[in-house]
Design a binder for this molecule. Structure first.
Ligand code: GLU
Length: 490
């Protein structure tokens, strides 16, 4: 029967020997060539690695105490998992740098909280939108608040260089020829907030979710007005024509995550909450000290004894972490009295983070580990403050800060000097030279200083115990009587 296969066989029989040999090895030669010549998706699968460029910033990608973090990182991680490849993140320290590398095709994707704009769309292929954001004009409360762009007069306005906001301003200058602004070569919009806070600029344009995350660190800054409505956020790809299958994979992932509610959840975990550091008032502390602390104080004292820590310190840390709430959960996945991350809890052998005793023990051990890993030259009490900073942002970032303190002529063994430079880890001209990159240094300082403050209030409470007949009952001096603190249990 003359089937197709038979025909091929017959033809094969009349081929010369060399051609038969070539026919056997040809498919083998073609496999690697297919990966070389295939599209971007083939190349990613072939090398087993997806390369993503992101802005090193708190809203996109950074290293925290448990490793890489940030919304864009989390999203890129999902894609790498879907493709079954490793994820390699390249941090960019300015938007210009990011688009240059993308243009040269040195990365597969740019995932960096980027707005979809006409200019970019003309140059780079992009995915579907995964979220939206609103560009906002931010000003310093108490100064003149402009209501629109034509009302900014000679107020100094700053935006990120190469940003969508710089593009919009250029477009608006056609109708507002007097419009002036400054472009800052940074990747992180926090640099703009720093300019406002230090009085070097009076206005800045920042995307809504980025401002929301940073606002608690800059309580004086407020939104003056929205510059536009919702704008789409997309991932951009290099300007080759071979991205189509990868783009479909990404769009498919975004759609599936949207349908399952996963995308909203991830967004909420990163932007839905506002850090409460600067909002914790001593009023709340006094209240909780009366209502909640007595229940946990014996346990805190027991764990503090086991780990040779003073109980007021452990109480202050657990207040700062969870307000003494053993079932506290944060959308970013930290849980319990000491707000441990899952990997940390696993490392510490904790099976239930919501168990107050386990959580306190885990936190105490973790804190002691940090202390042990600091160099011997760091003496108490600075050793404790630095261990706390490391507890908050990770030892790597603390080491960077100590090195930076030294470079600036400070003493890396003094908390007061390290505290001065920690906020610099948020500024790209500093963190691009450090080993571990961007860190929320300012927040770490607030964290440590809050704990020191709470600890001293607790110590103050404890005074009557050490002074058999105090001349004044110190409790009476407190704004709210602390009747329910059971002093005999101390
Ligand atoms: N979304 C902005 C952009 O696409 C970056 C962030 C900002 O400048 O606030 O350029």
């Amino acid at each position: 029967m003359r089937t197709g296969i038979g025909l091929v066989r017959m033809k094969a029989m009349i081929l010369p020997i060399w051609a038969k040999k070539l026919a056997l090895v040809l498919p083998l030669l073609l496999i690697p060539a297919a990966f070389e010549r295939g599209d971007r998706l083939d190349r990613i699968l072939g090398r087993g690695e997806l390369t993503v460029i992101s802005r090193n910033s708190p809203t996109t990608y950074y290293l925290d105490k448990s490793g890489p973090a940030g919304f864009e990182y989390a999203l890129a991680e999902r894609l790498a998992k879907q493709l079954g490849v490793k994820l390699a993140i390249a941090p960019a320290f300015s938007l210009q740098e990011l688009f240059n590398l993308l243009h040269r095709s040195e990365v597969d994707i740019a995932a960096a909280g980027l707005t979809l704009t006409g200019d970019r769309e003309a140059l780079f292929p992009h995915t579907r939108s995964y979220h939206s954001q609103i560009p906002q004009m931010v000003y310093v409360a108490g100064t003149r608040r402009p209501r629109s762009l034509d009302d900014i007069g000679d107020l100094k306005l700053a935006v990120l260089e190469g940003s969508s906001h710089a593009d919009s301003l250029r477009a608006m200058r056609r109708s507002l020829p007097d419009l002036q602004w400054q472009e800052v070569e940074e990747a992180d919009s926090m640099a703009l907030l720093e300019l406002l806070d230090s009085g070097q600029a009076q206005l800045a344009i920042i995307d809504s979710h980025e401002f929301k995350v940073q606002q608690s660190l800059y309580p004086r800054l407020k939104v003056a007005f929205d510059l536009a409505g919702e704008q789409e956020m997309v991932w951009y790809l290099p300007p080759d024509s071979d991205n189509q299958r990868l783009i479909s994979q990404i769009n498919h992932l975004f759609e599936a995550m949207r349908a399952s509610g996963d995308l909203d959840q991830l967004w909420d975990a990163h932007f839905g909450h506002v850090s409460g550091f600067s909002r914790i008032s001593s009023h709340t502390f006094n209240q909780k000290m009366r209502n909640r602390l007595p229940r946990y104080q014996p346990m805190i004292r027991q764990v503090a004894r086991e780990y040779n820590i003073d109980w007021q310190l452990l109480a202050a840390v657990s207040y700062q972490e969870s307000h003494w709430n053993p079932t506290a959960t944060s959308p970013t996945g930290v849980r319990g009295m000491m707000m441990l991350t899952l990997p940390t809890a696993e490392e510490l052998g904790i099976d239930n983070r919501l168990d107050a005793l386990q959580s306190l023990r885990g936190g105490a051990r973790y804190l002691n580990n940090m202390k042990l890993r600091l160099p011997e030259e760091v003496a108490e009490p600075d050793r404790t403050w630095m261990a706390l900073a490391a507890y908050n942002i990770g030892l790597g970032h603390l080491r960077d800060a100590r090195r930076l303190a030294q470079q600036q002529g400070g003493d890396p063994n003094l908390w007061s000097d390290v505290m001065e430079v920690l906020p610099l880890l948020q500024r790209s001209n500093y963190y691009r030279q450090t080993r571990h990159g961007y860190a929320r240094g300012k927040e770490a300082v607030t964290y440590v200083q809050n704990i020191r403050h709470y600890r001293s209030i607790l110590e103050w409470q404890d005074i009557p115990r050490h002074q058999p007949s105090p001349p004044i009952d110190i409790i009476e001096l407190l704004p709210h009587p602390v009747r329910s603190v059971n002093m005999s249990a101390l």
